[in-house]
Write a protein that binds this ligand. Structure first.
Ligand code: ZN
Ligand code: ZN
Length: 270
């Protein structure tokens, strides 16, 4: 591992529908960007698993990432991961998916919330009650946190990329405090890591997801497991914002960050 010990736990390859570069090229860029380890966590949307051919994509992802892991041995630790969307929409299938390969790390996500037929980025937030929406979103994540198929929850405030970013809505988190605390407490009691997703730093919102206040609250409530990921869909973004994420983690009182090998927790000093 490099002396900087930078770890990016959330990267997409071209085995995700919206990813651009191959795992091998991503690994080359990761080495150039001073990373010691990356987790390639391609998408797997459980509700579209067969219709949108995620079954093929995750097979190719695992195969290509395994090859990249061997090719970069000693230079870069390549962790084999998956970002599984809406797993509880079909829990039996989700259970099968995460057990099918020997993954290192599984991120749980909600991209298509209950009651919506579209991705969170396509919702018209000026036409809905955003507080009710975020409470429902957090409740769905709370249920997901109880599922033993994932190790961490990805970008728990992802809708904010649009709510605060594109729609410029001045969101007051204190209005959903009880539901937020319930989500964080559930994550803690079910040993789910909180992800600091740095992709928001590259977008209009200009903040990590979640932002520092929620990370601080997770820590206050006793949270210890923290991963940091760029959510890069382009190899050049691999590792972006990781140092900023580490600074935020330190500011919130964390001494370690977490990564996973064979779905086991490992800590590295900040
Ligand atoms: Zn995601
Ligand atoms: Zn992602």
């Amino acid at each position: 591992m490099s002396s900087q010990r930078l770890i990016d736990m959330h990267v997409h390859s071209d085995n995700s529908p919206d990813g651009i570069h191959s795992p091998m090229y991503i690994c080359e860029c990761a080495v150039k960007n001073n990373l010691g380890a990356i987790a390639i966590t391609d998408h797997c949307e459980v509700d579209k698993f067969f219709t949108e051919k995620y079954n093929n994509m995750i097979f190719h992802s695992f195969f290509e990432c395994s090859k990249a892991r061997s090719a970069f041995e000693g230079e870069l630790l390549v962790l084999l991961g998956l970002e599984i969307g809406q797993p509880l929409g079909n829990k039996a299938l989700a259970d099968r998916i995460v057990r099918h390969h020997n993954y290192d790390f599984i991120l749980g996500s909600i991209h298509t919330p209950h009651g919506f037929n579209c991705d969170i980025k396509e919702i018209e937030y000026d036409k809905i009650d955003v507080y009710k929406f975020m409470e429902d979103y957090f409740l769905q994540l709370t249920e997901t946190a109880k599922w033993d198929g994932c190790d961490a929850l990805a970008h728990i405030t992802c809708p904010m990329r649009r709510i605060q970013g594109k729609y410029q809505i001045d969101f007051d988190y204190s209005k959903i405090k009880a539901v937020t605390d319930e989500l964080l407490r559930t994550m803690i009691s079910y040993d789910k890591a909180l992800e600091i997703n740095t992709s928001g730093l590259r977008q209009k919102i200009g903040l990590t997801m979640p932002d520092i206040n929620i990370i601080k609250r997770y820590r206050e409530l006793g949270g210890k497991l923290l991963t940091i990921g760029s959510d890069a869909h382009n190899a050049n973004d691999c590792g972006k914002g990781i140092i900023k994420g580490m600074e935020i983690a330190r500011e919130c009182g964390f001494e370690n960050i977490t990564f996973y090998v064979s779905r086991e927790t490992l800590e590295i000093k900040l």
